[in-house]
Design a protein. Sequence first.
Length: 447
Amino acid sequence: MRSVHGGRTIDGVRPFLIFALVPLLGCSSSSGTSSQGSPADAGDAGDDGAVALSPNGDPPACANPAEPSDDPPPLADVQGVLDVTATKFVAFGGDTGTPSCGQPPAVHKFIGSTYVMDVACGAWQKAAGPGPSARGRMAMALDPTANHAVLFGGRTSPSGSTYTVYGDVWTFDFATAAWSQVQTSGTGPSARANTAAVVDATANTLVVFGGNTSTDGATFTPQNDTWTLDLGSGAWKAIATGGSKPPAREFHAMALDRDARVAYVFAGGDANAFFGPFLSDVWALDLASGTWKQVQTTGTGPGGRIEPALVFDAASKRLVAFAGHDDGATGNENDVFALDLTASPATWSKIPGGDTPGTPATGQCTFPPDFTHVDVKSPERRSAFAWGPRVDGRGFAVFAGDSDCGLLADSWWWSGGSGNERWATLKASPVGLSCLRTQTTCKGLCG
């Protein structure tokens, strides 16, 4: 069963909190501002044929705005990866089961489809050929050496009460748009969902931390084990087995400082992730030594939340966190925070933009018109979305997710140039966006 918690849907019994998010949802609209910022120098090919990445983090410029698009359906529990050139974004799997007016969807509808976006023009193409089975809540990460997306785990269920969880590994080749299953050996992580992963190119390994091993939709069984998979040999290895380590969690996010070989973990939920409070801590894993250390932080941070995006910006040496579901009165968020890792202690600050709270909701999916003060330049508030950072972390793509009482199908680009941070629409959503964000008159999902 999937129930609504503060505007997002979670498996199991109906949670205690009734807060949700935006005022009217489910608008059928192809309107919305589509702006690419100032990407004049983004995505241009150099003399060696390589794609130059804009120093401001802008998306590549569109050369064929009339390119046809085979759009994915509105989705939640989907994952994605941006390729090394920042010109292709792959989104896989997800759940198309749609909650209605605070009630869980009658049936989960997990898909096993693969879609690849031309980031510059916002045009999608559905990839053909076999791949991983239909599922959601898997982990995906970029292998920058091979220019592959690597997928681990996930789950599926026809009913929403009992789940099948996975422990398989697949790679998606951006050049051929084809999936290959990785044949693994040795004792590896148990099958799980709601985990997170990065690829350490120096060691050619996939790094996996935490996740939920429960097959019962009404309970969570979070883990705090850490594993590496040799992408050459397929051999699993447990690491960071001694010393301090992050508390067990699921719904967390990971990001990687490739040069320093440090993986960061942020936020998530524990066994009480139906209700919160959620986690807000930051941990650093030194991949060379296999040791964890908690990052001491100060300043105004995002607070506890589940299913955020986390990106490491190599130029500014900061972590950037976007959106996710908090355990307060708002629920889904669309805010952006930066954690300056050069400061001691590391310092959180909020980047301007995003919606701000207004008049509280009076029930599940019952919103006054001024429930929030809408920032029309920011994406809809969301959780359970796909996101993929540029290889240097200076920009990232966002697609789909849960929002209030509906699912999203839009895609956005974040340009992370210091002092020049901004959002640009890559593809407007046909459904699920708040009326105030896209147009002035429409009918919401709840009438």
